[in-house]
Design a protein. Structure first.
Length: 643
């Protein structure tokens, strides 16, 4: 994000605060008191245990809390200036190719004070402005005051000016922000579990989308744009199986190597699935010593009810892979009290994200930090590039029935509507054919919905029910599909929605927030630009054939990973949500409905929510995640919007 105009550099100060616990940025442009910087820093202080800094010049201010990963010396402190003092930068994230970029700058005569990637970026910005953005390989969000996305970044406009921050809670002390509820976002949280694109729960706050920038001037001018090409803009290449497998292995190994750059201890998530196991293999091979890559997983003996949720058990596979590599494996413990503390989860996530997987991410990151590990490599993104979800298999099987006339497809939809939702098979079949007679684009987008509008509507307030008919959550996804180049296959359209929304707006958002709360940075080798570009050049059949998903990735890892891992089905870090829903969570819902607090949010009908809960208990519908979203929204409204 750039702010082009001359700056006087009136004050730069930095310091340590023991109470601050991961990298976060914040700031403003406009007529604000400089003390706001300290307030914003304190609100997101858990993101940065290693230092804090503030800078302001009267009409602009930058703040930073630091988790030191590269260049642990004072030369890495922020906000930071370039060598000429022309750019002030506050940066959150990592640039994996910073050594290559630094070498280019040194050949141009730039003299560096320290060894951080932040200093490289500051000097690039000073020389090239936003033209340097396509050169950056990493995960980052930053703000720079000029003379002339995996990391979240929120922004808002007020009568006094504009503010931005890594976390939404940093705006709680900013006067003039509109905290009234954005109904389009609310219905998205209830049906998709996340708000796509720029949406947040608050009307007055927006977030930057991945690969985009926002440029402000002190005079009030705004310019926005993207610095990465659209998804699937390159032509599909006629790779053979062998060529595709060799290229996949090369690009994944290269991505892991790039992301092992660190001056502090690092390790990795290890679920025992293909993605995290592959990253662990390449990391250990690159480091040359498996003991330098400790892995972390969730212990399997601490929770009951996993089988009823349709999840496979990860732990034995994680143990198998760790023994194969010789790497230490540490079990994270999920504490029962944490599972019922939804208020803490919502506060940490900044958004009412209804996914108990956030608890597992927090447990793993907490265990890593307690063992001195500040950086973890994650397998997230592998499913979204190479077809790892059940919906990808379902989409490929549409050819067996989508040729049927619409009346026959409507009959198919009605025939599965009565299936019991109490079993995983019933839930999946119901979801598969719930939109069988819809138009192709709408049917594709509907794979991401957890509940239909008709089923949800009675649980909503009249006002929210009315807005649901105006701007449906699926419309946000349809607009995203419109951004793709012509001729993109249906499979790649779905993968686009996976990456642009399910991954970026949901999985990466909760992972970032939970990791930052523990003072841990999570890196994502599968989102390396070269690996992503390779995946987009693959024909559909290289990625999936019948039920054989992630074909090219599995083929590339033959002889590298154990066969038991290569052939296992998709599993997630699962929690017994339905058991909780008809236990502690259900009790909470009934209390909120009985006390009138659900109705008081202006979003829900208490009796309608309880009717939804009862229907779920009888197995008539599957509303577990939407009901969890009700709890999360009530918590968000109370904690953020003051109701």
């Amino acid at each position: 994000m750039g702010f082009p105009r001359e700056t006087s550099h009136r004050e730069i100060r930095g310091g340590q605060e023991d109470r601050l616990t991961m990298c976060g940025i914040a700031g403003y442009v406009g007529c604000f008191e400089p003390s706001l910087l300290g307030q914003m820093n304190r609100a997101q202080g858990h993101r940065g245990p290693d230092g804090s800094g503030e800078w302001h010049d009267g009409e602009a201010g930058l703040a930073h809390v630091r988790l030191a990963i590269l260049d642990l010396s004072p030369a890495g402190a922020q906000p930071m200036t370039d060598a000429t003092g022309r750019v002030v930068l506050s940066f959150n994230g990592e640039i994996y190719n910073y050594l290559e970029l630094r070498a280019d700058l040194e050949r141009q005569g730039v003299v560096f004070r320290g060894g951080s990637d932040t200093e490289v970026l500051a000097n690039l910005l000073a020389r090239e402005g936003r033209a340097c953005l396509p050169k950056l390989n990493g995960i980052f969000a930053f703000a720079a005051w000029f003379p002339a996305g995996v990391k979240p970044l929120y922004w808002a406009s007020t009568a006094q000016g504009r503010v931005f921050a890594s976390e939404l809670k940093s705006f709680r002390d900013v006067k003039g922000i509109d905290w009234s509820l954005d109904h389009a976002a609310v219905t998205a949280y209830l049906t998709l579990l996340y708000a796509p694109g720029e949406l947040t729960p608050a009307k007055g706050v927006r977030k930057l989308t991945p690969g985009s920038y926002l440029e402000w001037t002190a005079e009030g001018g705004t310019q926005a744009g993207a610095f990465v090409p659209p998804h699937y803009s390159e032509e599909v290449q006629p790779f053979t199986d062998r060529q595709a497998a060799e290229a996949c292995r090369h690009y994944l190994g290269q991505a892991v190597k790039r992301q092992l750059v660190s001056d502090v201890p690092l390790g990795g998530f290890l679920s025992g699935g293909v993605d995290s196991s592959a990253i662990a293999h390449f990391a250990c091979a690159e480091l040359g010593d498996a003991s330098r890559y400790p892995c972390f997983t969730v212990g399997s003996a601490d929770l009951d009810g996993l089988s009823s949720e349709g999840f496979a058990e990860d732990h034995p596979y994680a143990v198998l892979m760790a023994r194969r590599l010789g790497t230490p494996l540490h079990d994270a413990v999920l504490r029962e009290a944490a599972l019922t503390d939804l208020d803490a989860m919502v506060w940490t996530l900044d958004e009412p994200t209804a996914d108990v997987a956030a608890f597992t991410a927090h447990a793993v990151c907490r265990e890593a930090r307690e063992r001195g590990v500040k950086v973890l490599l994650s397998g997230s993104g592998g499913d979204d590039l190479f077809t790892g979800y059940r919906r990808h298999v379902a989409l490929r099987h549409e050819r067996y029935w989508d040729w049927a006339p619409r009346p026959l497809r409507a009959m198919l939809r009605r025939s599965v509507s009565g299936l019991k939702a109490s079993s995983p098979a019933g839930r999946r079949l119901g979801k598969l054919f719930r939109y069988a007679d819809a138009e192709p684009a709408e049917r594709l987008s509907a794979y991401f919905l957890w509940i239909s509008q008709d089923t949800l509507a009675p649980a909503l307030s009249p006002e929210l029910r009315e807005s649901l008919g105006v701007d449906r959550p699926v419309d946000q996804l349809l607009r995203s599909l419109d951004s793709l180049p012509a001729g993109v296959s249906r499979l790649n359209q779905m993968l686009h929605l996976d990456r642009a929304h399910f991954l970026a707006d949901h999985n990466l958002n909760y992972t970032d927030k939970m990791a930052m709360a523990c003072g841990v940075e999570v890196r994502l080798p599968f989102l390396d630009p070269d690996l992503v570009a390779f995946s987009e050049r693959l024909a559909d059949g290289r990625k999936i054939r019948g039920t054989d998903s992630k074909r090219v990735l599995r083929q590339s890892l033959q002889g590298i990973l154990p066969e038991e891992i290569l052939t296992r089905s998709k599993a997630g870090f699962g929690l017994p949500l339905r058991q909780l829903l008809h236990g502690a969570y259900g009790t909470r819902l009934r209390e909120l409905a009985r006390s009138g607090r659900l109705d008081a949010t202006g979003l829900f009908s208490g009796p309608g929510v309880i009717a939804l809960l009862d229907a779920d208990a009888r197995g008539e519908i599957d509303a577990a995640y939407p009901l969890l979203a009700v709890l999360c929204l009530e918590s968000w409204v109370r904690q953020f919007a003051g109701r």
